[in-house]
Design a protein around this ligand. Structure first.
Ligand code: SAM
Length: 289
């Protein structure tokens, strides 16, 4: 991200969710998506005609829907804390349907300050369940930021981390996941990542991938990290997070919308749900004689 500037990819993602509200096959119902952008229903941006662009819009909606569905299941099992990492203009905190669920929004300070202005200008109230934790994943420790915000590391927690990993260094991605893994209460995380470009990528798809990379780089937020499936799975297991689901974006969209998806996704976006295993409690240890 450019120093001192709010994230422009966060603005793009928010526009995409607002456009998605016009989709006859809407997956994510978010009445605040346009409000936080100060767009009324007449000003909602139209849906893209191009099938690849329509798919991208749906992917952004489906990753949120998937995370929110998994959170709903966790709240039914007693989770009362959710941390939205790199929240951008995500509106879950302001339409949270779960009684007693505390929401922590952790984001880059410049983006978070801008979001708070957008919320105020849109007249969206901040519920008492919401706490802001400004943090730079590349420089600060999440532990410090979230401890000050009141996250209880011994109680169940759920983490959303959507649309963020490509923009961080590998070290920052892994240290953030290690923080999640170090939660001593039961923990789950849903995050997305981009796949590495396979050598077999067709020239046409390679050109699309390059165009997408160029666009975000021009916004000052270049892609820094992508993962091969086995690589991220190994990293997660090494830190005692089980990747119980790792789903291609195309499969996820098809899971929610019964319509054909493009044959290939040049970016290879995937969504993971990982669950903390925690350390087995040593009940008895045999010491060498
Ligand atoms: C593409 S936006 C996604 C926002 C939101 N999760 C969504 O789905 O709309 C990327 C987010 O990552 C955050 N981000 C990028 N680099 C960061 C960093 N070093 N520290 C904290 N947040 C960062 C930005 O502030 C922004 O909110």
């Amino acid at each position: 991200m450019e120093a001192g500037r709010p994230s422009r990819t966060a603005l793009r993602a928010a526009h995409s969710r607002a456009r998605h509200q016009n989709d006859p096959r809407r997956i994510l119902t978010d009445p605040l998506a346009s409000k936080i952008l100060h767009l009324d229903s007449g000003g909602l941006p139209p849906l893209p005609d191009d099938p690849a662009d329509l798919y991208s819009t749906r992917f952004l909606a489906v990753r949120s829907r998937f995370a929110e569905d998994a959170l709903a299941a966790a709240t039914a099992d007693g989770t009362r804390q959710v941390v939205i990492l790199g929240a951008g203009l995500d509106t879950f905190a302001y339409r949270n349907p779960h009684t007693g669920l505390k929401v922590f929004e952790a984001d880059h300070p410049a983006t978070q300050a801008w979001k708070r202005q957008q919320l105020a200008a849109a007249g969206i109230g901040i519920p008492s369940s919401v706490t802001f934790a400004p943090v730079d994943f590349e420089r600060d420790t999440l532990a410090g930021a979230l401890a000050s915000a009141g996250l209880d590391r011994s109680r169940p927690a759920f983490f959303f981390w959507l649309g963020v990993t490509p923009y961080l260094t590998r070290d920052a991605v892994l240290s953030t996941l290690r923080f999640v893994a170090g939660h001593s209460g039961p923990v789950q995380v849903v995050f997305d990542y981009y796949g590495e470009a396979p050598p077999t990528l067709s020239p046409e798809l390679r050109a699309k991938r390059e165009a997408a990379a160029k666009m975000v780089a021009e916004l000052g937020e270049p892609w820094l990290t992508c993962f091969a499936r086995e690589d991220i799975a190994d990293e997660l297991r090494a830190m005692k997070l089980d990747p119980v689901e790792d789903i291609a974006g195309r499969e996820l969209v098809a899971r929610y919308i019964d319509e054909p998806v493009p044959d290939a996704d040049p970016i290879g976006g995937r969504v993971i749900r990982a669950v903390g295993r925690g350390e087995p409690v040593p009940l008895c240890r045999t010491s060498p004689v």
